[in-house]
Design a binder for this molecule. Structure first.
Ligand SMILES: [Zn+2]
Length: 158
């Protein structure tokens, strides 16, 4: 699925929603470059996959915007993006992150689901990921990754 970008406004702040895959066919540079705004918000819930070329495009775009002094806020980042943030320090700065999803797996019905986190709850001392109620069967959904690895990027560049 090609990347689809829609734009709305959150007050005066441009608010983009990205849905689809970011790869060599994606030119995400054009629509996100809004001149003269101090901040943009990007909802990334719908970005299910991003390949290495997509990562390069992403880093280029957002580094450029940072260098121009634009404040970036990433909202509801998908696990695919969190994985990249853990691999590449300049992919997404911890302080730019408003919220993000973590992967869960139900121990009863084996279905995968995602739950939303905020960086501030993770940074609480002694924080432990709690089990969630499975959206499909009501059973116990457990965090489906290693917390130290998955949340690593938050510590690195908070
Ligand atoms: Zn279940």
């Amino acid at each position: 699925m090609a990347l689809k970008i829609t734009q709305a406004f959150d007050g005066k702040v441009p608010f983009f929603t990205l849905v689809g895959e970011i790869n060599e066919e994606t030119n995400i540079l054009e629509p996100l470059v809004v001149s003269g705004v101090p901040e943009i918000r990007i909802n990334c819930k719908g970005v299910r996959r991003i390949n290495s070329i997509g990562v390069k495009t992403w880093v280029q775009l957002f580094s450029n915007l940072r260098n121009k002094g634009v404040e970036l806020k990433f909202v509801e980042c998908s696990p695919a993006l969190v994985q990249q943030a853990n691999l590449f320090p300049n992919f997404l700065m911890g302080r730019e992150l408003v919220s993000f999803y973590g992967p869960f797996l139900c121990s009863d019905c084996d279905k995968e689901s995602e739950y939303l986190f905020t960086p501030s709850e993770i940074s609480l001392k002694g924080y432990r990921v709690t089990d969630q109620k499975c959206a499909f069967c009501g059973g116990k959904a457990e965090f489906d990754d290693v917390p130290e690895d998955y949340f690593h990027f938050l510590n690195r560049n908070a």
